[in-house]
Design a protein around this ligand. Sequence first.
Ligand SMILES: CC(C)(COP(=O)(O)OP(=O)(O)OC[C@H]1O[C@@H](n2cnc3c(N)ncnc32)[C@H](O)[C@@H]1OP(=O)(O)O)[C@@H](O)C(=O)NCCC(=O)NCCS
Length: 208
Amino acid sequence: MTDLRFQTLTTEWAPACRRLELSIFEHANPDELIAEDDFRAYARVFPEGFFLCLDGDQLVGQAGGIFLDFDFDHPQHTIVEITGENQCGNHDPDGDWYYGTDIAVSPDYRRQGIGRKFYELRKDLAIRHNKRGIIAGGHMPDFVNHKADMSAADYVDRVASGELYDATLTFQLENGFAIRGVLENYIEDEATDGWSALIVWDNPEHST
Ligand SMILES: CC(C)(COP(=O)(O)OP(=O)(O)OC[C@H]1O[C@@H](n2cnc3c(N)ncnc32)[C@H](O)[C@@H]1OP(=O)(O)O)[C@@H](O)C(=O)NCCC(=O)NCCS
């Protein structure tokens, strides 16, 4: 971790962010992933909410999101619906929650604590702005190995209980998130058949 730098998104990083996005979410529909123009929009609309990890002049990780209100009585949503135009058009500075739209670390740099650092930066942001917490549609890459045998809801229950390991969902649980259900057709993805977990971190310092 010593040579790595963290900073917020600026427009010149948009092409590198898109390349990283495509390389990481290789089973997803590229049209539903964040595009170069979308990254530029994030850099204009809410740069404070989008973090990059750099090794020298190389982008090795990114984590972004927007502030919004969320209705837990009607939690089903797709990534496209929740983010709006340019995947950040629904950013509302007064929204109650930070919604994580993207987190990705280059495979060569995984398991060194970069993901955890991104979550620390996001939590710090949520605390500084007195948000209720963080929400995301959690990707579950290892569901592909179990989807023939069980439903997405069963799968997340078993990951939550520790019976099964998921490279992303287990990491999110270990970072203080709770699973609040599953999201159907969240993103077009051949491996997960579009399923994601609705994950939530409650800000313990939030005051009304
Ligand atoms: C999920 C993801 C962002 C995690 O990034 P990461 O930088 O590897 O995260 P961390 O290094 O903080 O933690 C990952 C694991 O490495 C472990 N780890 C961290 N530092 C370590 C170290 N120095 N030595 C050994 N293990 C370590 C952590 O305990 C964690 O273990 P777990 O899987 O049992 O929870 C990354 O795997 C990724 O990009 N996945 C693909 C994209 C994706 O699914 N994104 C989520 C969309 S919702």
